[in-house]
Ligand binder design. Sequence first.
Ligand code: CA
Length: 226
Amino acid sequence: MKQRILIVEDEPAIVDNIQYALETEGFETICFSEGKNALECLDKEAIDLIVLDIGLPDISGFELCKDIRKKTNTPIIFLTARTEEVDRIVGLEIGADDYVTKPFSPRELTARIRAVLRRTAPSNENSHEQGIFYIDESRRRITYRGKPVDLSRYEFNILKTFIQRPGHVFSRDRLMDMAWEEPEASLDRTVDAHIKNIRAKLKNIDPDTDPILTHRGVGYSLRDDL
Ligand code: CA
């Protein structure tokens, strides 16, 4: 069955471009230029991934993303025209999975879509698990107690850093170096926001354990006694 991509974008030329590229690659597409219609569509249609423009005529993509997250965890890739928006995407707890900066090539977007779909796909195979965490590097996926954790790019990088050295205390600066391509572009507190997200996602899988320790004024570590 074809995977179905919901495109929410108000510039017809961009929509045409994306739609053509995705359908050539074997995806099915549904397109809306307004957020309201896209949100209604999610109630009726099975969607595998959402491509979401930030500058929409009726609602900001950020707001729409929050509304979508109240309904579903369907992966979201933002399209952004302005680099200053990137800081908001990675810094706030909006719940997007990735972003692409305009202008982009359809090939780049398609590659990102495939990567996010791989990362968020439910796992059926048996993972050769060691310990309670397992890193599947080729799919950029981490499983926790046998269940895949649905992580954004930065959350994945942070959690992977922890898993590779359990018990080691990482400062916020160090985590930023490990997780961000351009650490100087981000603020310290964004690390805290990502840790908060990771904790919430791990808690969904095991409500009784918090595997991440906070070391006040120093940083974070992964418990090594689990
Ligand atoms: Ca727009």
